[in-house]
Design a binder for this molecule. Structure first.
Ligand SMILES: Nc1ncnc2c1ncn2[C@@H]1O[C@H](COP(=O)(O)OP(=O)(O)OP(=O)(O)O)[C@@H](O)[C@H]1O
Ligand SMILES: [Mg+2]
Length: 398
């Protein structure tokens, strides 16, 4: 066979012969198989999309679609959050001339480990804006020991690599906001003044003010660059678990108030976080001025067992894929039976830490196997199939 005729019987790209490929398209001294055509098509389509260069769309549906890829469930929260975010960025990109549109910050409430921080972080990723998480409990009023509230803006400027304009469009997530609530609406003697003080200190910042912050690691004079940052376009998202808020909502809706009469305790009805009103938040201990600056309230729900299983297996960067990858590095294939996944989710539910518990659960189950990978290799064990018994009682195969 001449070299030329060999080429025409083989794909010039992958070298496969026409017998093994679906179709071989032959041209002048060149041939390409259907598999390589498909691959080229993918490469070209990918190139045309150029995801990094595309401007994000401020369309709530597009934002929600992106959130759906990373966050399981929480549908209502995603809708409300997407609309709030779209409106915020539409407003700052097209500032109205004779009209003042008030900034609306967002309050996210719901149980621990259910996606509050993840939702905000994913939204920031979609918007390609800098994002920081600050812990409200570490904040203090100016003059007290601790981080004053403006430290959050310093963090944001650093997250934007010192780019002032980018920082001014960023998102600050203030976590554990419920922990700075004062202790009770009418208990002025025992009330937690420091928590209220931090709320007061946050007011100006979340509404919009200019603060002077030093950008650490400034290119020329590290630590000495002072920047004036206007916070009026920074989106603040405050999040908290608000334990006890359901009871407050339930009591309001059912027309009773705590301590009104002794039997109330016995007939306590848990309220729905979705029905939260400003009065409930005041009762919880947020000051009205603070609540007034968070115009959108997003409530998220406890994750169900099915949702936990989805998080384990379906979400981008899911835990199962992560551990499969790790074990593959040792030449071991990892599989889980449906019952095993069900049991891991069941155990996680009991921990009451939301999806956060999944990580420790899967670690616990795989620990003996991961410890013995060398032994497995020596004994030619190439597959680990985790079933329900392995979850109930994790132990090595040998
Ligand atoms: N709905 C979800 N979909 C996918 N992953 C989730 C979801 N909720 C939580 N997770 C996973 O659990 C981890 C913790 O979630 P996240 O930090 O959002 O919890 P949170 O609601 O902010 O809790 P906390 O009140 O304790 O701050 C995330 O990093 C993610 O891996
Ligand atoms: Mg959080």
């Amino acid at each position: 066979m001449t070299e030329e005729s060999k080429q025409l019987n083989h794909c010039s790209f992958c070298g496969n012969s026409k017998e093994v490929v679906k179709k071989l398209i032959v041209g002048d001294n060149v041939a390409i198989c259907s598999d390589c055509v498909e691959l080229c098509q993918e490469l070209i389509v990918d190139e045309n999309v150029e995801p990094e260069k595309q401007e994000p769309q401020y369309d709530p549906q597009a934002i929600k679609d992106f959130l759906d890829e990373h966050v399981i469930g929480q549908d209502e929260a995603k809708v409300v959050l997407s609309v709030a975010i779209a409106n915020h960025y539409k407003r700052i990109n097209n500032p109205p001339k004779d009209l003042e549109i008030q900034k609306g910050n967002v309050l996210v409430i719901g149980p621990t480990g259910s996606g509050k921080t993840l939702l905000a972080k994913t939204a920031a990723k979609y918007l390609k804006v800098p994002f920081v998480v600050a812990d409200a409990t570490s904040l203090t009023e100016a003059g007290y020991v601790g981080d004053d509230v403006e430290s959050m803006i310093t963090m944001l400027l650093n997250a934007a690599n010192g780019d002032k304009q980018l920082a001014e469009r960023g998102i600050v997530f203030v976590d554990e906001i419920d922990k700075i609530a004062r202790k009770g609406e009418s208990t002025s003697i025992t009330r937690d003044v420091s928590g209220e003080g931090v709320q007061q200190a946050l007011l100006k910042l979340v509404e919009g003010t200019v603060c002077r912050v030093a950008s650490q690691g400034g290119r020329k004079h590290p630590g000495t660059d002072m920047n004036e940052i206007d916070t009026k376009n920074i989106l603040f998202i405050a999040g908290g678990a608000f334990v006890g808020l359901k009871d407050i909502i339930g009591n309001r809706i059912n027309g009773t108030s705590i301590g009104f009469n002794a039997s109330v305790k016995d007939t306590k009805v848990e309220g729905d976080l979705g029905k939260v009103g400003p009065e409930d938040l005041t009762k919880f201990g947020l000051i009205p001025e603070f609540i007034g600056r968070f115009t959108t309230t997003v409530s998220i729900k406890e994750l169900s067992k099915e949702q936990l299983i989805h998080i384990l297996t379906d979400v981008k960067n899911n835990y199962v894929a992560q551990y499969k990858y790790l074990l593959k590095l040792d030449g071991i294939e990892l599989t889980f039976t449906t019952e095993a996944l069900d049991q891991i989710a069941e155990n996680t539910l009991k921990l009451k830490t939301g999806a956060r518990g999944l990580h420790s659960e899967i670690e616990r189950v795989l620990m003996p196997h991961m410890f013995h990978t060398k032994k497995y290799r020596e004994n030619d064990i190439k597959v680990i199939n985790i079933d329900r018994d392995n979850v109930l009682e994790p132990k090595a195969l040998i």
